[in-house]
Design a protein around this ligand. Structure first.
Ligand code: MN
Length: 320
């Protein structure tokens, strides 16, 4: 039985839209991806003032899926396909950008509490230019195991609690599981040994049984490494199970997938199989903004309600 070697990665603070501070666990200097999971934002928990809320103006995406998992509060999603969807706790919005889409995200009213994870999933090169799509999932497979409530967000699950398949459509082998413990306690989860995994604590603290690596060298003794929100634990492929010690009220996301082997470029809101893809996407988004809706066949389109609050792409970090 392979004992997990745990890499500790510190999330960094970033800003979403106009002033909402979030914690970003991927990508970081140390690690870019876990399977196809390429961007992990922990939003809140935050309670907005009476006239305040989350407001992210119209912005584009390519070659990725945005995966929103709502824990508390509500967010209204609108996109250039015409989707207009309120997401509530326990629900998922999954937007597949493919060749191009644009969207807005807003608190429906002021004064709400918001707590969510927004994750990006990279699309493989064969899907890079596929048509955009949007899915809303009001309910996901859920079961009790070892004193925890487990909810399958993506992929398949075989183990204690039975066999489950998440309804979310993804394009590479991966798994996403929300594990929540009201009373706290120890639990053991099966892992696919061909997957690499990441644990993202969202509430409380989680202890992970294994050996913690420091600067690439393993600490000699096995034990329990404790993680809290603002940190991320990376586990390389190999282990077939994972022992967790959850504090009362703890919630953690287990994310995994086959290690990514294709070329990938991530910049601003764009992902692509090459720099040329990202350079073209930036040029197309800015050209549509200048055309002010007059583009004959827009790549990204317009979002109803997004008028007057379109986000500009920053200058490219490379020469076109
Ligand atoms: Mn977005």
């Amino acid at each position: 039985m392979s004992i997990p070697v745990i890499e500790r990665v510190a999330a960094r603070e970033s800003t979403l839209g106009e002033g909402l501070r979030i914690r970003r666990a991927l990508p970081t200097r140390e690690r870019r991806m876990v399977g196809a999971w390429c961007f992990l934002d922990h939003i809140g928990p935050i309670t907005f003032g009476p006239d305040e809320g989350m407001h992210v103006g119209a912005h584009p995406h390519t070659c990725l899926q945005t995966f929103t998992w709502m824990i508390e509060g509500e967010i209204r999603h609108r996109d250039s396909l015409g989707s207009d969807q309120l997401i509530r706790p326990g629900q998922v919005n999954l937007m597949t950008a493919g060749h191009g889409i644009s969207h807005t995200e807003d608190s429906p009213t002021g004064g709400q509490r918001v707590h969510a994870a927004q994750l990006w999933i990279a699309l493989p090169p064969a899907q890079a230019d596929r048509a955009p799509a949007f899915e809303h999932h009001a309910a996901l497979p859920t079961w009790q195991h070892g004193g925890c409530t487990c909810t399958l967000l993506a992929g398949r699950w075989r183990g204690p609690g039975g066999e489950h398949t998440a309804p979310t459509k993804v394009h590479t082998p991966l798994v996403g599981l929300d594990v929540c413990s009201a009373a706290g306690g120890d639990t053991v989860l099966p892992l696919r040994p061909d997957f690499e995994h990441g644990l993202l604590p969202l509430e409380g603290s989680v202890g992970i049984a294994g050996r913690e690596a420091t600067d690439g060298a393993e600490v000699a003794t096995s034990g329990i490494a404790h993680f809290a929100p603002g940190e991320f634990a990376y586990l390389a492929p190999g282990p077939e199970q994972l022992g967790l010690r959850l504090s009362p009220g703890a919630r953690v996301l287990l994310l995994g997938g086959e290690p990514w082997r294709d070329p990938i470029v991530m910049w601003w809101n764009f992902v692509g199989p090459s720099k040329a893809h990202v350079i073209q996407a930036q040029a197309d988004w800015e050209a549509e903004g200048e055309a002010a809706g007059a583009a004959a066949s827009p790549r990204f389109g317009a979002v109803p309600g997004g008028e007057g609050r379109r986000l500009h792409a920053p200058p490219l970090p490379w020469k076109a």
